[in-house]
Design a protein around this ligand. Structure first.
Ligand code: ACM
Length: 675
């Protein structure tokens, strides 16, 4: 009896404690009605599917069962699902009205109802049902002994139809397993477009059966075979994700032209015309728009690439053509005149328009970076905005301009996660800011947004830590109501979500230890970890010294590669400093001084490690600066000593140094407040 009372007490407590704000859901659903009750999980828990869905829901429901079992250890009895209405008595009933199509502008809505003895997911199609299953997994709660779902009714649908992630497989090649684990994470965050950047100056990454030279001469042996591509497209389809390929032309063509210099625009001097680039940056290599052979070759390439991808859109890049080779080539200048093309932009539009029928032959429409937007461009094209919206800019951004000009458009400006900026910047970057004046038709042309993961500074070892968890915040911006903007709520939920991403195979947490262990030379990594929690990789591409410091084959196993944006202790230290400055209680003081003491101890440890770890040496100057300032601040705060402010300022500016190890000390601004 005593035990029953205790159990009842715990059941009551755990139940009464749950409030909507405590749920770690991301992206936050449109409507949540939480009630006081629970659905208790047991090993007899089963799923049943009714309606007329695409069979991907059977695989999705099976995946759900395995994840649920992995988290609860219940040894669930149901193994896998293969058909409609297999277990009519099941506690979880999923009904899908129809077969979902992997395209944009599909109905992805779902309702999820949990009562004390039954769970129901109703969706128009399997796409919404998959989203519902992901929400259900995020709702899982536990007390000290068991797992349960809160009773709740959720109705949900996305704000934007295009919720994308671009991965650049061209610069540093990203193998199949990297792509697959990221597709898993995307699906968990209800993202639905994977944009695959397959060719650039630094590599051609897709097998061409008719043109094997492209990978033989321009890929360093790393490329996706057509079988691998088909396999990934299918894997994405099973998760409700559309794959859009990108072959970047006419610029960004160094790799392409290394294999086929005869269609380049460079005036030949009899020497080797082109080579695959190993640096980062914008290069001159550009296809020759005046040469019929260029179009023959592209047409043959599209004939091989298009059938691999069922999507209705094909991304042709189109960005950053600097025009230098065109300007220097008299034949191209003459072609321009003959065709009444006033400038290079018009010439590029001419080139782009030749691609439209090649794509149309495969039922595909053209998508391109914002440079393709000219008056004469077909209004069927999607404009991919990457340089600017109208946020904070006096001139109108390309996203808004595209929408007003009659183009469908997708936003990536503000979602460049390779810039290594903090999460807040991306989270609050709304494709349609509140003050935007657009007609309903114009608004509807803004399809959504896409996080952009360029791969100059990432390998399979660290790419996940650049994509996640920040992309989860972008996913919420694109799915949830525009009023879901509370940073504290987002940060709190993201802690759990980030940890859950690991369960999907994302390596952003665990690979940090792999990198730090390499740096420490297999010594204890605690001090390196402490330091990485206050250091962030240099932002805005400053790390790469004009694109030349790191070549495509340079090591990306260094301290900056183990560090991330939003370093773990930065926010907490800033909060501690703010609280202390507002109220100098002993408790608040201790929270600040504990950090200072930790960094002094850390510095001593790093010096000790460095005796047998050359890779630790570059960290010592910055660590010493933090140590020296922390020592003085401790004297000031604990011992109430008066420290010469010029001395403190001098020490602080040492902490602002960005010369060593390609990182910045991200607690600099908080330390400054303590002076
Ligand atoms: C781009 O970042 N060049 C599209």
């Amino acid at each position: 009896m005593k035990y029953i009372l205790i159990l009842l007490f715990f059941a009551f407590v755990s139940n009464a404690q749950i409030e909507k704000e405590q749920l770690d859901l991301m992206p936050w659903p449109q409507n949540i009605n939480l009630t006081a009750g629970t659905f208790a999980l047991s090993k007899s828990f089963k799923v049943n599917i009714t309606g007329d869905p695409n069979p991907r829901i059977f695989i999705g429901a099976t995946r759900f069962l395995r994840r649920l079992d992995g988290r609860t250890g219940l040894f669930l009895e149901q193994s896998f699902l293969t058909k409609i209405n297999e277990s009519p008595e099941a506690e979880l009933q999923i009904n899908c009205v129809r077969n979902g199509k992997i395209e944009i502008n599909q109905d992805e809505s779902y309702t999820l109802m949990i009562t004390s003895n039954k769970i129901t997911i109703n969706a128009t199609s399997d796409l919404g049902a998959l989203h519902g299953l992901n929400t259900l997994l995020q709702l899982l709660q536990n007390n000290s002994t068991s797992y349960y779902f809160p009773t709740v009714e959720i109705t949900d649908s996305p704000r934007f139809t295009w919720r994308g992630l671009m991965i650049d497989g061209a610069r540093n090649f990203q193998p199949v397993d990297v792509i697959k684990r990221n597709l898993d994470a995307m699906a968990a965050m209800k993202m639905n477009v994977f944009h695959w950047h397959l060719a650039d100056d630094q590599g051609w990454r897709i097998e061409m059966k008719k043109h094997p030279k492209l990978t033989e001469l321009a890929s360093d042996g790393n490329f996706y075979t057509q079988e691998e591509i088909k396999n990934i497209v299918k894997y994405a389809d099973q998760r409700g994700v559309l794959v859009i390929p990108e072959i970047d032309v006419p610029g960004h063509a160094s790799a392409f032209l290394t294999a086929y210099p005869e269609v380049g625009s460079k005036v030949s001097d009899g020497k080797v015309a082109y080579e695959v680039q190993r640096n980062s940056g914008v290069f001159n290599a550009t296809l020759d728009p005046s040469n019929p052979k260029t179009y023959e070759l592209l047409s043959e390439i599209f004939d091989e690439v298009c059938p691999l991808f069922p999507s209705a859109y094909f991304h042709i890049g189109g960005d950053e053509n600097n025009g230098k080779e065109w300007n220097a080539n008299p034949k191209i200048q003459e072609f321009k005149k003959k065709n009444n093309l006033e400038n290079n932009h018009d010439l590029q539009t001419y080139f782009n328009m030749q691609l439209i029928p090649m794509l149309k032959k495969h039922n595909k429409k053209l998508m391109g970076w914002e440079e393709i937007m000219t008056e004469n461009m077909s209004k069927d094209a999607i404009i991919h905005a990457w340089k600017g919206t109208n946020q904070g800019l006096s001139s109108e951004g390309s996203l808004i301009k595209a929408a007003k000009s009659g183009f469908k458009t997708v936003l990536s400006n503000g979602y460049y996660i390779d810039l290594m900026l903090g999460i807040e910047k991306h989270y609050l970057n709304d494709p349609i800011p509140k003050n935007t004046v657009l007609t309903p038709e114009e608004k509807a042309r803004i399809l959504g947004g896409e996080a952009a993961m360029w791969s100059e500074l990432v390998t399979p070892l660290n790419i996940d830590s650049r994509i996640w968890p920040r992309t989860a915040a972008i996913a919420e911006r694109l799915w949830s109501n525009e009023n879901v903007t509370d940073m504290n709520s987002m940060r709190k939920r993201l802690k759990t979500i980030s940890f859950r991403l690991e369960g999907l195979g994302i390596t952003h947490i665990r690979n940090k230890e792999v990198i730090l262990r390499n740096i420490s030379n297999n010594q204890n990594t605690a001090a390196l970890n402490d330091f990485s929690n206050v250091c962030e990789p240099l932002k805005n591409y400053k790390r790469n010294g004009g694109g030349k410091k790191y070549r495509m084959h340079s090591p990306l196993t260094l301290f900056a590669d183990g560090c991330t944006a939003d370093a773990a202790d930065v926010f907490d230290f800033d909060t501690a400093v703010n609280n202390y400055l507002e109220n100098k209680s002993q408790e608040n003081q201790t929270l600040v001084t504990n950090f200072l003491k930790k960094w002094i101890f850390m510095n001593a440890e790093l010096i000790r490690l460095s005796a047998n770890a050359p890779l630790v040496q570059p960290l010592l100057p910055l660590s010493k600066s933090l140590n020296d300032l922390s020592q003085q601040l401790l004297l000031k705060i604990e011992k109430k000593q008066i420290i010469n402010s010029a001395v403190l300022n001098d020490l602080l500016e040492q902490c602002n140094s960005r010369s060593s190890a390609d990182v910045e000390l991200a607690v600099y601004n908080s330390l400054k407040k303590l002076l």
